[in-house]
Design a protein around this ligand. Structure first.
Ligand SMILES: [Zn+2]
Ligand SMILES: [Zn+2]
Length: 331
């Protein structure tokens, strides 16, 4: 006989599910058997036969030889010989209740983190209340990220660790750049894309008047007309900071304290001489000084004391020098 095609039948939907499975993993015993079955046959060759029509059932039970011809043992199940029977379109078999099946390994998902080399999101800085702490935190983060790339295994600074070493100055300088860049990218994302494509800034952009440019470190700086001045680079091209951003508030507070709580013009000057240009800076500076507890104490109006009643001796009509008093306080 020439055999054109071969099909397999099983009355267990669980087993058919195992054979057809492509998604889940099994424990060793089932896994070995399924692998063996799949080496010898293809999953699409497998089909379901109801238990009452499965001929192998007759082989496992005692049955008199006279009745054997009435069973499916010799000819197979009846539906196979019907002309309408068609196996050319096999149905995929799914796993039966995989979550409660003890032979199937529980699903464990591992997520790969993909970080494009960008900036920290600005909302992270709202957790900090001073410029000093945010700088130190970012410097610490830089140190930790660098410690993953160290090849020297004897160094204590490897991977995640609590570091007792003092901050290197470079890390603190770098942290300022990262913080400023994050704040700039938060607010001026449109300006960044325009400048990087050498396009004109939109007409309603707050930065249009500042003639901004992106420096070598990817930071937005004020352009202006003083390029030929013999001043420091940060004086000619200060870093742009959005006045609404929390980082700008921390920076203003920091410089306001450094100049011992002087008025708005001095605070603004201190921020500028530190190399920052705060866009729309007057309002936030005024607001911060208005809320500053020390300034409220120093600049608040003096309170007026309510005077006590004058003593009787001052008010009675008597000859001069009857009573003599001396004011200890006052001019
Ligand atoms: Zn360390
Ligand atoms: Zn103050």
């Amino acid at each position: 006989m020439e055999i054109n095609s071969t099909f397999f039948f099983a009355d267990s939907k669980v087993v058919l599910g195992y054979i057809g499975n492509e998604q889940r993993r099994f424990y060793v015993s089932v896994s070995n058997r399924v692998r063996r079955i799949r080496q010898l046959s293809r999953p699409e060759q497998w089909h379901y036969v109801p238990t009452d029509r499965n001929p192998t059932d007759s082989g496992t039970r005692s049955i008199p030889a006279t009745q054997l011809s009435t069973t499916a043992w010799l000819k197979g199940p009846l539906f196979i010989s019907k002309p309408t029977f068609n196996l050319s379109e096999p149905k995929p078999h799914c796993l039966v209740d995989p979550e409660s099946d003890s032979e199937i390994r529980p699903k464990i998902a591992a997520f790969a983190s993909h970080c494009s080399p960008v900036w920290l999101e600005g909302h992270r800085f709202t957790r900090f209340s001073t410029w000093k702490t945010v700088r130190r935190a970012v410097a610490r983060l830089i140190h930790i990220s660098q410690s993953f790339h160290r090849s020297n295994t004897n160094d204590d600074c490897n991977g995640w660790h609590y570091c007792n070493r003092p901050f290197p100055v470079e890390a603190l300088v770098q942290s300022v750049n990262i913080i400023v860049q994050s704040a700039q990218r938060d607010i001026y994302i449109l300006e960044f894309s325009c400048l990087s494509e050498n396009k004109e800034l939109p007409k309603n952009s707050q930065l249009r008047k500042l003639d901004p440019f992106i420096d070598n470190e990817g930071l937005l700086r004020v352009g202006g007309r003083s390029r030929k001045a013999t001043l420091d680079h940060s004086d000619i091209h200060p870093l742009i900071l959005p006045g609404k951003h929390h980082v700008a508030v921390l920076l203003i507070k920091h410089h306001h304290q450094l100049i011992h709580h002087q008025a708005r013009h001095f605070t603004e000057g201190a921020v500028r001489s530190a190399g920052f240009w705060i866009v729309g800076g007057k309002k936030p500076i005024s607001r911060i000084i208005h809320c500053c507890v020390v300034c409220r104490k120093l600049c608040g109006p003096t309170q007026i004391q309510k005077m006590a009643d004058l003593p009787r001796d001052c008010l009675s009509f008597e000859p001069p020098f009857t009573n003599v008093g001396l004011y200890v306080f006052g001019p």
